[in-house]
Design a protein around this ligand. Structure first.
Ligand SMILES: *Cc1c(COP(=O)(O)O)cnc(C)c1O
Length: 246
């Protein structure tokens, strides 16, 4: 049971700042895209909605921001039902355990956290049973430091070669997560590396030319990520405010 009635709209005082923040993010995205010779049409804004209640996400979707990303399968599944009546697209942007693949495929349009072949095969097999397809990104750990998720840059090529046989998974590009708590300039090399890896893999014919998306950049650094070629930024706190993990 949800603690609040999903049909009950968010208090207007709480909804207005969300709309204002969204407009601000759109303006900044547009300016950053133009500064790098592109337009806002070239850069999608995905809302990172972890810990946010469905009523707040509803305000954002109704304001025209129809891409949402959840980190946990449980949240993805729970909110999917509450947002059922709204046209939107849900992405999984957090790690996926193999035993949660079935739940994920029921609700996710795209899985951005593909980082190993065993997981990819499991997803592809399940999609075969369902006779469905799913969009995906390969998550690369370009931060050069220990991290639980993302494949090492030097191993990405081998995984992408294998993905070509998993025909129910539509590879859209590469994704990376900048390390938390670093300055934008400290994070920048990991975005440069993701772009260069993508260019190399497409240039050598290993990755299909249409898999040219780059999902990178968060609230604290999304303009810099756009300068480095991001085609999708993932913003949370700059829209919804600080997260409440209590
Ligand atoms: C939370 C999160 C974001 C957004 O972070 P903010 O700093 O709140 O904008 C982006 N990507 C991933 C994978 C996240 O978990």
């Amino acid at each position: 049971m949800s603690s609040s009635d999903p049909s009950e709209p968010l208090n207007p005082d709480a909804a207005a700042p969300i709309r204002d923040h969204l407009d601000e993010v759109a303006a900044r995205t547009s300016a950053a895209a133009e500064a790098s010779g592109r337009t806002i049409a070239d850069v999608k804004v995905l809302l990172a909605t972890k810990t946010q209640p469905a009523e707040k996400i509803r305000v954002a979707i109704e304001h025209g921001f129809t891409l949402i990303g959840e980190n946990k399968v449980q949240e993805l599944v729970g909110k999917a039902e509450e947002l059922d009546d709204l046209t939107h697209e849900a992405h999984l942007i957090g790690p996926l355990q193999k035993n949660k693949v079935n739940h994920t495929l029921r609700h996710a349009h795209c899985i951005q956290s593909i980082d190993n072949l065993e997981l990819a095969r499991k997803i592809n097999n399940r999609l075969g049973v369902l006779d469905e397809t799913v969009d995906c990104f390969v998550q690369v750990n370009t931060s050069r430091e220990d991290s639980k998720s993302g494949i090492a840059p030097e191993d990405a090529e081998a995984l992408i070669v294998e993905l070509r046989d998993l025909t129910r998974m539509r590879l859209r590009g590469l994704m990376t997560i900048g390390l938390p708590g670093r300055t934008a300039e400290e994070i920048r090399p990991s975005y440069t590396d993701l772009r260069e890896l993508s260019q190399k893999l497409i240039g050598s014919g290993i990755m299909p030319a249409e898999a040219n998306e780059l999902s990178m950049g968060m609230s604290s650094d999304f303009e810099l990520a756009i300068a480095e070629g991001a085609t999708m930024v993932r913003v949370g706190s700059s829209v919804f405010g600080a997260r409440d993990y209590s």
